[in-house]
Design a protein around this ligand. Structure first.
Ligand SMILES: [Ca+2]
Length: 271
């Protein structure tokens, strides 16, 4: 009985690891990936290292440590230079396909942005704005899934803070992901589809990508970001779920170590 258990456990562990790899999107599609392991280096397939900015405010520059970028909400952001159009939006108002996803932690309901690219009416950005999440200026996600805008005070149809997507208010880490496939967009929190939108178009407006604020040097994000990813393809809902569920690298090393131990044990017992 014990031998059968050992054999079957080994099979399940191996199968689990294979499934983990099979379900994740292709690594080559991950064009930018900031893991914040003590720096703002980019481990994606098209690396683009950032520069910390915002020496003022209560705590000086942003801090980067242990996989977390922490921003003061006053003047902190990460610059990638004047020509860094890192989300593949091209040509202007043309077709596009990408995914941008990240983990964020913040308190309260700040009007702020995790990142932005572009300016004016067709800019791309994402962040909390009061009790509702925003994604871009002009494309209002609540339409397509029957969301009802809940922000009060002049929040009419078409206002950009009227998405009907509730801002997580528990101060905990959550994953936020936007996928755009042609002109169809979908927005997820923690791998759960929040809303979709057809006829989604963007323009970079000549204003580059930044982390931690909006395009017009306002709406600075106060909180923490981790595991920021940009894919040059629209991930499926299942892929979003798998990426958010995948273990962190450290955990994965532990899993592999444990599996190696199981395999060695099996060999030893067979010997
Ligand atoms: Ca600062």
């Amino acid at each position: 009985m014990t031998r059968i258990f050992r054999r079957e456990f080994g099979k399940v562990a191996t199968l689990g690891a294979l499934c983990l790899f099979a379900a994740l999107p292709a690594q080559s599609d991950l064009i930018h990936h900031w893991t914040f392991d003590g720096d703002v280096n980019d481990s994606g397939s098209v690396p683009y290292t950032g520069t910390l900015a915002g020496a003022g405010g209560p705590v000086g520059l942003p801090t980067v440590s242990g996989g977390v970028l922490t921003l003061d909400g006053v003047d902190d952001y990460v610059s990638f230079g004047p020509t860094a159009f890192l989300v593949p939006i091209a040509p202007e108002f043309g077709p596009l396909s990408f995914t941008i996803m990240l983990n964020a932690e913040f308190s309260g309901f700040p009007g702020s942005d995790f990142f932005s690219q572009g300016g004016g009416g067709h800019a791309l950005y994402m962040g909390p704005d009061g009790t509702e999440m925003r994604v871009t200026d002009n494309y209002h996600f609540w339409d397509d899934l029957g969301k009802t805008p809940v922000n009060g005070g002049g929040c009419g149809s078409g206002a950009d803070n009227c998405t009907g997507i509730a801002t997580p208010a528990d101060g905990a880490w959550h994953n936020y992901a936007l996928t755009v496939d042609g002109s169809n967009a979908a927005f997820y929190i923690d791998g759960i589809l929040q809303a979709t939108r057809a006829g989604f178009i963007l323009s970079d407006g000549g204003i580059p990508f930044v982390l931690g604020r909006q395009f017009n040097s306002s709406e600075y994000f106060g909180g923490s970001l981790s595991d920021v990813r940009i894919y040059d393809t629209a991930l499926s809902g299942a892929e979003i779920t798998d990426v958010t569920a995948a273990p962190e690298p450290q955990s994965f090393v532990l899993l592999l170590s444990a599996m190696s131990g199981v395999i060695l044990l099996r060999r030893k017992l067979r010997a």
